[in-house]
Ligand binder design. Structure first.
Ligand code: PEP
Length: 257
């Protein structure tokens, strides 16, 4: 039985005041039972890193976990502008989103760098959330499963299948991120099952236990039917994670799945 995870990716949004308000809203919703059985799922928020400590201090009084949206693969040294995992852990980081499609497309992150980051996270005791997903062109060309398979295999080759005893995978079709266009539950399930089959080829037990999240315009209205799919173990949520009621409704859907 896999424990669902709902992760909010706040991206480059918020300020000191709004971040506090969002956390206060989530925590009072959770305290008042807005998410029945909230302890049966893992809930994670990934603010902009400058607010990590502020958010982690609040989250410490709740069931909410804190993570970051990007990490350096390097341990320390002359990497101007980078943040090491040790620094992030110091400030309350437990999870790290790795290889988000915006990092891949806007900042040129390659599969190899993403694999290095996964390895660095695991070495630091931080759970990587490995993002994979195809572009619209790749889907239209019938390449979705091949693209996603390659992205997962690169990490298995670099880190070993045992990495997925800890690491989480997020399938995020690029064409569904921030577009309001969600993959249908059947489309998502097909890719999730293919990802699990890739893991299964390496180790059946690990494959059965690995959490695979869906991301791409998840909202209060579509979360339940996505999370009802056999191989979908929660969601990576962008836009809707900035709205207290929507995020709590998505968490409820995961808890009920
Ligand atoms: C994301 O950024 O990971 C994401 C899934 O965004 P959205 O939910 O807004 O599509």
């Amino acid at each position: 039985m896999r424990k669902s995870l709902v992760a909010g990716n706040w991206k480059m949004n918020g300020n000191k005041v709004s971040v506090d308000a969002l956390m206060d809203g989530l925590m009072s919703g959770l305290n008042s039972g807005a998410v029945p059985a909230s302890e049966s799922i893992d809930i994670l928020v990934c603010p902009s890193t400058v607010y990590l400590s502020q958010v982690a201090d609040k989250a410490a009084q709740s069931v909410i976990n804190t993570g970051v949206q990007n990490i350096s693969q390097f341990e320390s040294g002359a990497y101007t502008g980078e943040l090491s995992l040790a620094m992030l852990v110091d400030f309350g980081c437990c999870y790290a989103i790795v290889g988000h499609s915006e990092r891949r497309s806007l900042f040129g992150e390659t599969d190899a760098q993403v694999a290095d980051k996964c390895e660095a996270a695991l070495n630091a005791g931080v759970t990587p959330i490995l993002c994979v997903g195809e572009s619209l062109e790749q889907r239209d060309a019938g390449e979705a499963l091949a693209v996603v398979t390659e992205q997962v295999l690169t990490v298995i080759e670099r880190c070993g299948i045992a990495a997925f005893n800890t690491a989480v995978i997020a399938y995020e079709p690029v064409w569904a991120i921030g577009t309001g266009r969600t993959a249908s539950p059947e489309q998502a399930q097909e890719v999730h099952a293919a990802i699990r089959a890739v893991l299964h080829d390496a180790d059946a037990e690990v494959a059965a236990a690995t959490r695979i999240l869906y991301g791409g315009s998840v909202g209060a209205a579509n979360a339940a039917e996505l999370f009802a799919q056999r191989d979908i173990d929660g969601g990576l949520v962008g836009g809707a994670s900035l709205k207290v009621d929507d995020f709590l409704a998505i968490c409820s859907a995961a808890a009920a799945a």
